[in-house]
Design a protein around this ligand. Structure first.
Ligand code: AMP
Ligand code: TRP
Length: 328
């Protein structure tokens, strides 16, 4: 059976981008693959070195995974920092990762630009830690959104470089997995780029109906099309992309036709989109609250996950130490 690994950093609540970029695949893949889904708390320190409440942030993501339908009986759900073998593999990978290639990673350059006062070594080596997460369980497939393409490319490089340097065929090169074959980028509704926590434009799975409506109604639009079947400007395209992801195809087709016939009323479209997002989030929102109140169960899930993930990681580390040539 093929193995799947993926993680999300606990730096806030899960949003629609996380869901449709990654978590939706988790739910599908747990039925057919040997899955490891984790909470990347070490990674969160690269951008949040002094987290207010790491324990609580981790609990939040755990509840949200479960509320979305990630099933601890089918998948191994664990917290990255419970698996102490990961930093050892990270150390070995760092010895064969070059500053130049790490400095060229787009997300690194982006973070440097956003936060020039915190260009730390952890941020630079984010891709080697991510590679360690993945290859420690010999993952074949990694469900992620489009923004992780370059990190995945690096993971493949580091895996094959390990083999090359030590003259073995040990690690396989993991491939990205996208739910509908194509890389997903869920757009934000502020007229630009992707939906994200740090972009401040996210609609969260736990948002209540009024919050969802407020966020959607605020979305950037224009004065409307001036020609039949004209190409949509970016902000409008984003609104449609989100509708395509969340709503029924017939709803999308209806508003798309309205646009093409120059009869579109953005207010109506937004009301419909807000209602569809709310219908999607409402049951998840309820389950999040139920899990939040059940510390004992959450602890059990995390313990069970840690045990399985550590067993898998330990086996890899024993091989790796042997391959590199440590005395045992
Ligand atoms: P992050 O919240 O940045 O830790 O991302 C966790 C996972 O969600 C990764 O697999 C990302 O690729 C995915 N993701 C985050 N934002 C988006 C988005 N706007 N569209 C698609 N996938 C996303
Ligand atoms: N880099 C991913 C992100 O931003 C999180 C992550 C860390 C991850 N380690 C991973 C994803 C391993 C997949 C596999 O969101």
């Amino acid at each position: 059976m093929q193995t799947v690994v993926s993680g999300i950093r606990p730096t806030g609540n899960l949003h629609l981008g996380n869901y449709f970029g990654a978590v939706k695949s988790f739910i599908k893949m747990q039925e057919e693959y040997n899955c490891f889904f984790f909470i990347a708390d070490w990674h969160s320190l690269t951008t949040h070195p002094h987290p207010d409440n790491l324990r609580n942030n981790v609990k939040t993501i755990l509840c949200e995974y479960l509320a979305c339908g990630v099933d601890p009986e089918k998948a191994t759900i664990y917290v990255q920092s419970d698996v102490k073998q990961i930093p050892e593999l990270y150390l070995y990978l760092n010895m064969n990762a070059y500053i130049g290639e790490l400095e060229r990673v787009t997300s690194f350059k982006e973070k440097v630009r956003q936060n020039p006062n915190n260009v730390n070594a952890g941020l630079l080596t984010y891709p080697t830690l991510m590679c360690a997460d993945i290859i420690i369980h010999h993952a074949d497939k990694v469900p992620v959104g489009k923004d992780q393409e370059q990190n995945m490319e690096m993971a493949r490089h580091f895996a094959s470089r390990f083999n090359q340097i030590y003259g073995v065929e040990y690690f396989k090169e993991p491939e990205s997995f996208y739910f509908n074959q194509k890389a997903v980028k869920v757009p934000g509704l502020d007229g630009s780029g992707k939906m994200g926590k740090s972009e401040g434009n996210a609609i969260y799975l736990c948002d209540d109906e009024a919050t969802i409506r407020k966020k959607v109604m605020k979305a950037v639009t224009d004065a409307g099309p001036t020609q039949m079947n004209q190409e949509k400007p970016e902000a409008i395209r984003n609104l449609f992309t989100l509708m395509e992801i969340v709503s029924e195809p017939s709803t999308y087709d209806y508003f798309n036709d309205q646009y093409n016939n120059m009869a579109i009323r953005y207010g109506d479209m937004k009301k419909q989109l807000a209602a569809d997002i709310n219908a999607f989030c409402a049951p998840i929102r309820e389950r999040i609250l139920e899990y939040q109140a059940n510390d004992e169960f959450l602890q059990k899930v995390a313990n069970m996950g840690a045990e399985k993930a550590c067993a898998s990681a330990q086996k890899t580390l024993e091989d790796v130490r042997e391959i590199i040539g440590f005395h045992r």
